[in-house]
Design a protein around this ligand. Structure first.
Ligand code: ATP
Ligand code: MG
Length: 200
């Protein structure tokens, strides 16, 4: 039997679920989740919308149109013969802080009042807006909030996209010039030891 003393470690952020509305291939509101606390997978045939779920996360994490495989944010709005002229696409991501249950790899406790909800909506005129818990926010404010919880928006290492694993595997061992990046420079940047290079 487990007891409450089996919780340990430090609180960490998790996404509990997401709602996609009129987002790319998803017409109407589609709930994705609830997710497992550490491993969820999305499976389906080619072209069925798996990458679109990742694009939905990228959209809320503030990626620009190009990184979302499109030219304008309005292209995120679902378009089909049944729904040819929808006004908006919206993605809602539900975050919460949790403590892992050390005796059960599936179990966790939600830290009371730690939940928050981030949305981003794309309009037909290519504008987009954020809210946190229903209040309008700028991207700078949303970025600050997410960075506060340890999401590395600058290096994007919390999201490894299709092809990026190969990209890392194909890196040359070491950059050839001071501003060139090889695996050594890449790792030093992640570890933080690049700050010591001058001293060394
Ligand atoms: P693969 O296994 O090939 O990587 P996938 O499951 O990742 O496939 P996605 O790239 O997520 O597939 O989805 C592609 C589908 O999304 C295409 O059929 C495309 O037509 C559809 N799609 C993209 N944008 C829109 C949109 N704005 N409206 C309607 N459908 C869209
Ligand atoms: Mg894909």
């Amino acid at each position: 039997m487990s007891d409450s003393s089996s919780q340990g470690g430090t609180p960490r952020l998790m996404i509990s679920n997401m709602i996609l509305e009129n987002f790319k291939s998803y017409a109407g509101a589609q709930e994705i989740g609830p997710f497992h606390k550490s491993f969820s997978s999305i499976v389906g045939p080619n072209g069925s919308g798996k990458s679109n779920v990742i694009d939905a996360m990228l959209f809320v994490f503030g990626k620009r149109a190009k990184q979302l495989r499109l030219n304008k944010v309005s292209e995120l709005i679902h378009k089909s013969s049944k729904f040819p002229d929808l006004d908006f696409a919206r993605v809602t991501v539900f975050f919460q802080m949790i403590l892992d249950d050390e005796s059960d790899s599936d179990a966790y406790t939600v830290i009371p009042d730690s939940e928050f909800v981030v949305t981003r909506v794309a309009h037909k005129d290519n504008s987009s807006k954020y809210t946190v818990d229903g209040k309008n926010k700028t991207y700078t404010e949303v970025g600050k909030l997410l960075r506060h919880y340890g999401i590395d928006l600058d290096n994007n290492r919390f999201l490894i996209l299709q092809g990026e694993v190969e990209q890392i595997a194909m890196m040359k061992p070491k950059g050839l010039t001071p501003h060139d990046e090889g695996l050594l420079e890449y790792l030093e940047d992640i570890i933080g030891s690049n700050h010591c290079l001058d001293k060394i």
